[in-house]
Structure formats: structure tokens, C-alpha cells
Design a binder for this molecule. Structure first.
Ligand SMILES: Cc1cc2nc3c(=O)[nH]c(=O)nc-3n(C[C@H](O)[C@H](O)[C@H](O)COP(=O)(O)O)c2cc1C
Length: 183
């Protein structure tokens, strides 16, 4: 069974809602989502280990925007992965990124690019969101060719728009499709 690691940080719940939507799409494709966080925020959270990265067939990696970059919890974890990098463990595993920001032009796309960097260093196959997903052209909030995104606004809204949901689903489904092709 294809295992997709859905690895994220979320303080207020927006990125968590995205992770859950991506996980649902993975299940609907007949694969197994492995939900992991960098720190224990809810009692039910399982903190990621290096074995989770080794064992997954694909990765979805998400974070809130923090001054246009990933949250420090995520960065701190990637700095513990040098051994995997030296061994090339993640080379050719498909990966995608997702994020939430409070404002539309507050660094949402910059964060997606920033999230992509450690994955590229690890030799992962970075999947964006192709424009045959119609919601990518019609969205008035999150959703970019670089990855799924959500705009939470001044009220820290965790509810995703219908377009953001479709783009998250497309990301989850595509990870499974490409991971299967790589087997
Ligand atoms: C320290 C800090 C820095 C932030 N920087 C930005 C930013 O640069 N741009 C932005 O739009 N939102 C920024 N935000 C807001 C969060 O990215 C936003 O509320 C996001 O939706 C939170 O996701 P979460 O609900 O998963 O925690 C920042 C929040 C904090 C606490």
C-alpha cells in the first residue's frame, strides 16, 4: 500500500484543516496517509521521526507562513535530516507543499517556495498544482501552481473555501498517482 507522509505544523488550525483534506484525498485514492506533526500540539498528534521519512513513498509538507517563510518547528526538524540527505534516502520520492497565511499577499507563495527548498536538496520530485485543476484559475483566496494554500484572514478562519478544498484534494490525489508510477 502506498504511504503518504502528511507532515505539518499548525498553531491555529488552518494548516491542520488542509492536512486533513489532503489525507482524505489520499484515502479516496486507496492509499494510506500518515499524519505527523513536528511538535505535540493536540493530544492525538504523533510527532514525526526520521523513520517516517524513510518509510513513506511520498510526502506532503505544510506550514503556516511566518514572515514569508516556514515555521521554525519545521526548519528545526529538517536540520536533523542530514543523515538521510547523505544517504540519498529521499531521492525520487514525490513531494508537494502547502501553507496558510493570514493575508493574500503576505508571503503565501514565498512560503511555498521556501517549503520546497529542503525537499529539492533531498532530491525529491516536487509536484506543483497543474492548471487542469479548474479551481486554480477561479480561486479568489488560496491555491497556487506552487502548491495548495489557504488565506485565513484577520479572524484566523480555519474553514477552507471550496476552491482551496479542491486544490488540496488534487495535491493528495496527485501524490498517490505519481508515487504509484514510481513503484
Ligand atoms: C510569528 C508569525 C508570523 C506570521 N507571518 C505572517 C506573514 O508573513 N504573512 C501572513 O500573511 N501571515 C503571517 N502570519 C499569520 C499566519 O501565517 C496565519 O494566521 C496562518 O493562517 C496560521 O496557520 P495555522 O492556523 O495553521 O496556524 C504570521 C503569524 C505569526 C504568529
Amino acid at each position: 500500500m502506498i504511504k503518504v507522509l502528511v507532515l505539518f505544523h499548525s498553531s491555529q488550525g488552518s494548516v491542520r484543516a488542509m492536512a486533513q483534506t489532503i489525507a482524505e484525498a489520499i484515502i479516496s485514492q486507496g492509499a494510506e496517509p500518515v499524519l505527523r506533526t513536528f511538535t505535540q500540539q493536540l493530544e492525538s498528534d504523533i510527532v514525526v521521526s526520521l523513520d517516517d521519512l524513510k518509510q513513506c513513498h511520498a510526502l506532503a509538507f505544510g506550514s503556516p507562513t511566518r514572515f514569508g517563510m516556514m515555521a521554525h518547528q519545521a526548519k528545526q526538524f529538517w536540520e536533523t535530516t542530514s543523515d538521510l540527505w547523505l544517504r540519498g534516502t529521499l531521492i525520487d520520492k514525490p513531494a508537494a507543499v502547502f501553507c496558510s497565511s493570514s493575508s493574500m499577499h503576505g508571503g503565501n507563495e514565498a512560503t511555498l517556495l521556501n517549503l520546497s527548498l529542503p525537499l529539492l536538496h533531498h532530491g525529491m520530485l516536487l509536484l506543483g498544482v497543474p492548471y487542469d485543476i479548474p479551481e486554480l484559475s477561479s480561486t479568489k483566496s488560496g491555491g497556487t501552481p506552487y502548491g495548495a494554500s489557504h488565506v485565513s484572514g484577520l479572524t484566523a478562519e480555519t474553514k477552507l473555501t471550496p476552491e482551496e478544498i479542491q486544490i488540496c484534494r488534487a495535491v493528495g490525489a496527485r501524490l498517490v498517482t505519481i508515487a504509484r508510477k514510481m513503484q
